[in-house]
Write a protein of this length. Structure first.
Lengths: 188, 176
C-alpha cells in the first residue's frame, strides 16, 4: 500500500468508522438545533443512555438499525448513498455526507425525479444573470460550457447561473478569484 | 532522532493529511528541543477510535471552505475577540477527551497565499470546557521558532513561510 492512499483504505473498518462518524456529526448538529440531549435521544430511540454515549464516542460498529432509530428519533430520515467519484484506489477517502445533504437541499429537496426536474428547470429560468469583466491578458479564448465564448481579454462575460452548467460555474469560480475588484452587475 | 525522517533531525514536520490537496494540509511537528511538542509520539499511542476520529476531523477541515461555518465540536481557531487576539493563528482539533493544538500558516505564500497548513504541535487531555492557555502559548511559540520555520521550508521548498513577514522576500530572495 502506497503512502498516497487514504487512511480509510487500510481496512473496511476504517472506512466504516469514517462514514459512521460523519453520521454522528450530523446527529450532533441536529441535536443542537433541537436542543436534544443524549439522554433525550436515548429515551426517544428507546435505547440505554450508556449505549448512546458508547456509539457517539466510538461509532465504528453502528448498525443500520441503530442509524435508522437515531435518525427517526430526531425526526429525520436516512439514506445510504453509493457513488463513483473516480477515486478508484481511494486516495481521498469517503466524501462527507454533508456534501450530499447540502446538494440535495440546494436542489430544493426533491422527493422524486419529477420534482428534481421541475426544480432544476425553475432554477435555471429564474437564476440571476451577471456580467463579469475579464481582465486583459487572462483566459483569452476560453470556452464556457458551450454557452458563452470569450473572444478575447477585456470582454464582458454574461452568464445566467443554473444547474445545467456545472462546468461553467466551476470556470466562473476562477473568474471570481481572478477578477479584482470583481465588477458584478445584476441583470435581473 | 526525528521519527519522521529517520535521520538526526532535531526538528521536522510530516504531512499527515491532505498531501496532494491543493488548498489545505495537516502536519505533525517534531521538535526535540521542546518537551511539550508531543503530538507525534502521543498520536501513535492514542486509542484507535480517537486517532481515527482525529483523522476524519483532518479530512473534514481540509474539505471545508475557509469562512464557512465552523463545526466547533470538531475543530476551530481563535478569534480576535478571544484572549485579546493573541492566538488568532492557533488551531485545535477535537476528539472526545482529547485535543490536538497547533497553528495555521501559509507555507506557499506569497505564490499561493490561500494555501493553508495546520501544523499540530501538542496533544492534551481535555475534559474542562475552557482551554488551558499555556497550550495556546506553546503552539504560538512554535509558529515563530526558527527551526520550525526551516522545517516547514524543507517540506515546502517553493514557498517559504515566515511568521514575521508573511513569507515576503526582497528582490534578492532574502526574507524581509
Amino acid at each position: 500500500m502506497t503512502n498516497s492512499l487514504h487512511w480509510t483504505e487500510k481496512d473496511t473498518k476504517k472506512f466504516q468508522f469514517a462514514i459512521a462518524l460523519d453520521f454522528i456529526d450530523q446527529l450532533e448538529a441536529r441535536m443542537a438545533e433541537l436542543k436534544c440531549s443524549r439522554s433525550k435521544l436515548a429515551k426517544k430511540a428507546k435505547v440505554d443512555k450508556s449505549y448512546v454515549s458508547q456509539v457517539f464516542n466510538n461509532p465504528g460498529n453502528l448498525s443500520l438499525e441503530t442509524v435508522v432509530k437515531f435518525a427517526r428519533a430526531l425526526k429525520m430520515k436516512v439514506t445510504v448513498v453509493a457513488y463513483d467519484d473516480g477515486d478508484e484506489s481511494n486516495e481521498r477517502g469517503p466524501i462527507n455526507a454533508e456534501i450530499f445533504r447540502l446538494c440535495w437541499e440546494h436542489a430544493k429537496k426533491p422527493a422524486d425525479m419529477w420534482t428534481f426536474k421541475e426544480n432544476r428547470q425553475a432554477q435555471v429560468a429564474t437564476a440571476p444573470a451577471y456580467v463579469y469583466h475579464v481582465p486583459r491578458g487572462r483566459h483569452e479564448g476560453a470556452r464556457a460550457g458551450g454557452r458563452t465564448t470569450l473572444k478575447g481579454a477585456g470582454n464582458q462575460v454574461i452568464t445566467r447561473l443554473g444547474y445545467s452548467t456545472p462546468h461553467w460555474t466551476n470556470l466562473l469560480d476562477t473568474y471570481i478569484e481572478a477578477v479584482s475588484p470583481l465588477n458584478q452587475v445584476d441583470l435581473g | 532522532m526525528c521519527p519522521h525522517k529517520g535521520k538526526n533531525h532535531r526538528c521536522c514536520i510530516k504531512i499527515r493529511a491532505g498531501k496532494t490537496h491543493a488548498r489545505r494540509a495537516v502536519a505533525f511537528l517534531h521538535n526535540a528541543e521542546f518537551s511539550y511538542v508531543n503530538v507525534t509520539d502521543v498520536f501513535e499511542g492514542l486509542p484507535e477510535n480517537i486517532s481515527d476520529t482525529f483523522k476524519r476531523r483532518f479530512d473534514n477541515w481540509i474539505a471545508a471552505l475557509p469562512g464557512s461555518p465552523v463545526p466547533h465540536h470538531q475543530y476551530h481557531g481563535w478569534e480576535k475577540t478571544d484572549y485579546d487576539g493573541k492566538y488568532i493563528e492557533c488551531f485545535v482539533f477535537k476528539a472526545p477527551g482529547h485535543r490536538l493544538y497547533g497553528f495555521l500558516c501559509h507555507p506557499k505564500s506569497p505564490g499561493d497565499k490561500r494555501y493553508e497548513l495546520c501544523v499540530l504541535v501538542l496533544h492534551d487531555d481535555k475534559y474542562a470546557h475552557k482551554t488551558w492557555e499555556p497550550n495556546l502559548k506553546n503552539s504560538k511559540k512554535m509558529n515563530t521558532n526558527t527551526d520550525v520555520i526551516r522545517a516547514i521550508e524543507v517540506e515546502y521548498p517553493n514557498g517559504p513561510q515566515d511568521a514575521s513577514t508573511g513569507g515576503k522576500k526582497d528582490k534578492k530572495g532574502k526574507r524581509k
